[in-house]
Write a protein that binds this ligand. Structure first.
Ligand SMILES: Nc1ncnc2c1ncn2[C@@H]1O[C@H](COP(=O)(O)OP(=O)(O)OP(=O)(O)O)[C@@H](O)[C@H]1O
Length: 265
């Protein structure tokens, strides 16, 4: 599942050292280190509030870290943002799109931002729309898209300039099973040529099925990382996840919420 990087690409697609961010004097990301090998399909998992989105925002140059360094394809994201961002595609969580453009116009606009030749944008946009099942909706304004369609047009925009590294925050959320399989297929093809995908998810089965590497975050720290098999340590990823971050169900058994469900009185 792990493919070698293309020529000229450093072995680490993403290298994160001692990355840290505080909000209101509390560490949301508490000095994390991550090495994402080029060509890997890398899953970032962790409970709500673990710091995944904050980390991805800093890694992709959207949120300034308090300290630490990030390099993408050998370029420092904060010192050399132009070179680094050129090599990054992003599908952020809660994606904000230009609502009054239609799907096709959004891709044209993205192509111009990415400085692609117009004919290349046209060709790639039509292919992406087709593969993602959006051709029919291409003339419809994005404001009228469903949540799943927004994810898909966001993915098309992120892939348009064929970046070596793609970041996806919850790419499968609200996506129907058929579209999810399509997205998986597109991403497999993409990593199959040595490109790298880093994505966050809450769905352990999905991460297990797709990822070559995984990092588990909890309370702003990386509590386990490595190949899927190293992190699983002989169990399912779901079992290992519960072990690493603690199951809230066991807390509920302790007596709190005792009133819940006893509606007979
Ligand atoms: N802009 C902000 N201002 C203040 N606190 C923030 C801000 N963004 C994130 N936080 C806090 O940082 C911590 C990490 O949040 P983050 O969104 O990175 O977690 P997450 O792992 O992505 O969670 P989820 O799985 O729920 O999306 C949380 O405690 C959150 O409340």
């Amino acid at each position: 599942m792990h493919h070698p990087p293309p020529d000229g690409m450093p072995l680490a697609a993403v290298d994160v050292r001692q990355l840290r961010k505080e909000f209101d004097s509390k560490a949301a990301v508490d000095g994390i280190d991550l090495t994402v090998p080029a060509g890997s399909f890398y899953g970032l998992v962790g409970p709500n509030g673990a710091g995944k989105t904050t980390s991805l925002s800093m890694i992709t140059g959207l949120l300034r870290p308090d300290s630490g360094t990030v390099t993408v394809a050998g370029h420092d994201v904060w010192r050399d943002p132009y070179e680094a961002k050129h090599r990054i595609g992003i599908l952020p969580d809660g994606l904000r799109l230009f609502e009054r453009l239609n799907g096709r116009e959004l891709l044209r606009y993205t192509g111009r931002l990415r400085q692609l030749p117009a004919h290349q944008t046209e060709e790639r946009a039509e292919e992406l729309l087709e593969v993602l099942g959006l051709t029919e909706a291409a003339g419809k304004m994005v404001v009228d898209y469903s949540t799943g369609m927004r994810k898909k047009i966001g993915l098309a925009a992120a892939l348009l300039h064929n970046p070596p590294v793609l970041f996806l925050d919850e790419p499968f959320e609200s996506v129907d099973p058929v579209s999810a399989e399509t997205i998986r297929e597109v991403l497999r093809q993409y990593t199959g040529t040595g490109s790298t995908v880093i994505f966050s998810s809450h769905v352990m089965e999905l991460v297990s099925a797709l990822c070559s590497h995984v990092a588990v975050m909890a309370a702003g720290r990386v509590v386990a990382d490595g190949t899927l098999d190293e992190v699983r340590a002989g169990r399912t990823l779901g079992e290992r996840f519960m072990e690493l971050v603690g199951s809230p169900a066991s807390k509920a058994k302790g007596g709190s919420l005792a009133w819940l469900g006893s509606s007979s009185g």
